[in-house]
Design a protein around this ligand. Structure first.
Ligand SMILES: [Cu+2]
Length: 189
């Protein structure tokens, strides 16, 4: 495992995706004879009602989502912040879908509803304002057959490709807006 706690927090705060060479001695990954600079990939996005589909939502709420993809592509560390929502937060996810289009739920970030079957029980969604963190792996993938997203490691790799191709979004759902109140695309802005 080349991914350290130190590296996890050396991410860009800008709304872009990039491979970022971490700085400092702790960023060096040393094998038997050589040391190389480790890199990490961080995706950040801002969540707003204006990005919701199929209906645009006027909401005072906002949020931020940050995903750090492990070097070996087997996990995503995430941090989701949301505030000022109109009503109780019910659930939050990463969906498979391009900007302006709705898509299936592939990865749960949190839920206060009946937990999904077949994946580890997601954490609860705290009342806003709140920040949650977690780690997603192949075990968390919910396949979406109609959109061609597989289960397990294949599906996880497909979602990494989708994130890099501007085809995934984070979405926070509330009681008043069950289809989602704030949304942000995971993209290369
Ligand atoms: Cu969702």
């Amino acid at each position: 495992m080349r991914h350290s706690t130190f590296l996890r927090h050396v991410g860009s705060r800008s709304s872009s995706m990039k491979r970022k060479a971490a700085l400092g001695a702790a960023a060096l990954v040393c094998g038997a004879t050589v040391c190389v600079a480790a890199a990490e990939e961080t995706v950040t996005t801002r969540l707003l009602g204006y990005q919701e589909t199929p209906q645009t939502i006027n909401s005072a709420a906002s949020g931020e989502f940050k995903a750090t993809i492990h070097d070996d592509g087997t996990a995503i560390d995430y941090e989701l912040t949301y505030r000022a929502l109109s009503s109780s937060v019910t659930q939050a996810h990463i969906h498979f879908g391009r900007p302006g289009l709705s898509g299936g739920v592939v990865l749960f970030l949190c839920t206060n509803l009946t937990p999904p079957a077949g994946v580890p029980t997601p954490q609860a969604c705290p009342a806003p304002p709140a920040t949650i963190t977690g780690t997603l792996t192949a075990a968390n993938v919910i396949p979406v057959a109609t959109q061609g997203i597989d289960a397990g490691a294949a599906g996880f790799a497909e979602m990494l490709r989708a994130i890099r191709a501007d085809a995934a979004y984070a979405n926070v759902h509330t009681t008043s807006h069950p289809g989602g109140e704030i949304r942000g695309r995971l993209s290369q802005d």
